[in-house]
Ligand binder design. Structure first.
Ligand SMILES: [Zn+2]
Length: 330
């Protein structure tokens, strides 16, 4: 039981779980801590703190604190054993669910060709190589047709809703989004959807985003480029930098951090250079944590206001990016 509980907590980070439960929080400075209203009691001023590295919470309002399982015990009034069982159900995708994600991904992939606006969007983001689009199984969710497609194949409405493919109203949760399947150990663990219109740009299915993107192919390299977005990764892969992986955000979960540290290597941190400096702050902090684990880090400084994607979209080429790597600071 003890070991199961540990694995469970790794698979389903506390912060991810809370966000699934619609907990909204803001990061404190640029550290691993987040604060928001306590979900355990009514309050108007946020006193509920979560440390995403330690995977622990503490509330200064009610004095409760602990790990994910403790939180479930308190919020759902369950015993330790019941909480573990409840979380197992929440976090393990049963085999049939893995199959559903597979079918959903295939469906989205088939839609891509049929919607010029989706292909246009990929082109705008600098992705032109059809072989790479196919390799990464990039698709498009036009909205309002996945449900029919999957229920006809015998998948229950309830399962589709539990997986987050349908929203509570029964509509496709991914609507007008370019879809990237996130795979681990040869199976899809989540889907990332990038809205092609401006609103609500990023969306995942509930549950963990999984490890680093394409880590199984990237981990063999002694030198790795880490970016925060998938459109950063695609332009770099297209330009020949196949040793690029992506953390899907500037906050690495525990698994992603461990993956980067699984052997001695050099990591080039290539986060966005945004106006408020948050990307660079996150990158400095991560560099410190990696160095503490014996990993050599270099911070790649893109021109002001750029991310790797915009760098290539606005005419940057492989040679220029290579010079940025060579100029990267320790
Ligand atoms: Zn509280």
């Amino acid at each position: 039981m003890g070991e199961d509980a540990e694995k469970l907590k790794q698979r389903l980070p506390l912060l991810d779980y809370l966000r699934q439960q619609s907990w909204t929080a803001r990061p404190i400075a640029f550290g691993p801590e987040f604060v928001g209203l306590c979900p355990l009691h009514p309050e108007t001023r946020p006193s509920f703190y979560v440390n995403a590295h330690k995977n622990l919470f503490y509330c200064h309002g009610c004095g409760q604190g602990g790990d994910l399982i403790r939180f479930v015990q308190l919020s759902r009034h369950l015993s330790f054993r019941q909480s573990v069982a409840y979380l197992e159900q929440q976090s393990i995708l049963p085999t049939d669910s893995a199959a559903v994600l597979e079918r959903a991904a295939t469906f989205y992939q088939q839609q891509l060709e049929r919607y010029p606006e989706a292909l246009r969007y990929l082109q705008q983001r600098g992705l032109r190589d059809p072989a790479l689009i196919k390799e990464l199984r990039i698709g498009y969710a036009p909205g309002a047709s996945l449900r029919r497609h999957l229920t006809v194949q015998g998948y229950s409405f309830d399962l589709l809703q539990r997986l987050g493919l349908l929203n509570p109203q029964g509509c496709d949760a991914f609507y007008r989004r370019v879809i990237f399947p996130c795979c681990q150990g040869g199976r899809i663990v989540n889907l990332y959807g990038r809205g092609i219109a401006a609103a609500f740009a990023h969306r995942f299915l509930p549950g963990s985003k999984g490890g680093l993107f394409a880590w199984e192919s990237v981990r063999q390299f002694p030198t790795v480029i880490l970016v925060e977005g998938l459109f950063d990764l695609v332009v770099l892969w297209q330009a020949g930098f196949r040793h690029t992986t992506c953390s899907l955000g500037t906050h690495l979960n525990a698994e992603q951090f461990q993956q980067l540290c699984d052997r001695p290597r050099i990591v080039y941190l290539t986060f966005d250079v945004d106006a408020n400096g948050s990307g660079q702050q996150a990158s400095q902090q991560l560099a410190q944590r990696l160095r503490a684990q014996g990993i050599i880090t270099r911070r790649v400084l893109l021109p002001d206001g750029h991310d790797p994607n915009s760098f290539f979209v606005q005419g940057g080429d492989a040679r220029q990016f290579q010079s940025l790597l060579e100029a990267a600071q320790t």
